[in-house]
Design a protein around this ligand. Sequence first.
Ligand SMILES: Nc1ncnc2c1ncn2[C@@H]1O[C@H](COP(=O)(O)OP(=O)(O)OP(=O)(O)O)[C@@H](O)[C@H]1O
Ligand SMILES: [Mg+2]
Length: 301
Amino acid sequence: MFAVESRSLTKHYSRGRVKALTDFDISVEQGKIFSLLGPNGAGKTTFIKLILSIVEPTSGDGLILGKNISDPSSRLKTGYLSENHRLPEFLNAEQFLYYYGRMSGAAGYELSKKIPELLKKVKLFDKKDLKIRKYSKGMLQRLGTAQALINDPDIIFLDEPTDGIDPVGRIEIREVLLDLKNAGKTVFINSHLLSEVERLSDEIAILKEGKMIKKGRTADFLESTGRYKISVETGRTNDLYSLLDGKNISYSKKDSCAEAAIEDNAVLNDIIDKLRSEKIIITGIEEQRTSLEDFFIKVVN
Ligand SMILES: Nc1ncnc2c1ncn2[C@@H]1O[C@H](COP(=O)(O)OP(=O)(O)OP(=O)(O)O)[C@@H](O)[C@H]1O
Ligand SMILES: [Mg+2]
């Protein structure tokens, strides 16, 4: 059984003039981190809203853990962090999580144990008494993430979770999401931060103008370019270039290194042997792969 499935899910707004999502099919496996990517207005938020029945589909349908999305009980084991959320500013973090926890059906005694744990998880425990009005953007995102976990969901939908969060905060959120995955939860993310998605996700789907462009395992998006970046100690770069010239290998010169087209592992090993025999210190060998960003720009343009 899949965590989330959609079948020809379609949402057209404004009497069909805005085709937010058209015939969208995906199957998200349980226990995986799945990311939906796409430029602004591609339909990512619309998809999450459809799956959580915040908006009604124009046609098609969806399932959460095998239950049709038209059945409200399909949402019992889900958590959701919406984009551009507004949290009640007059509450502090603890009161806010208590309020949302009670709405999700949890008993007060359960929450008094759960809330401190969650606040520690998102590194806000020492700010628990501060009114939300005084929170920074990153703190609001972290608190929103804690809110999405208050009912101990099996599937967590996060719409731009790291929006406005600094690099250290992003690493912390990433750790929270990986912990969830390790605990067997399914995480569904909408994001623009491609390098982050590349590190975190098991599967990716790319949307453009409401239509699926490509979906697959993250590794399938990161193809090898057949090029290696070879760096050597300063002062010996010319020796590296002559070696590559001698082997008729095409390369481009970069500062103190060469980016060379090497198809074959044996050739690469031969180059390493030659460099070592000439006592040239190799400072790095890196296989050049297309990044998710390269792929995204190519398909979206
Ligand atoms: N309530 C609405 N009425 C009319 N059009 C809407 C409505 N909600 C969304 N749209 C349109 O649907 C399209 C998809 O919007 P959506 O918010 O799903 O995109 P998105 O991929 O989440 O974008 P972003 O990256 O900016 O968050 C856009 O053209 C948007 O203007
Ligand atoms: Mg959106």
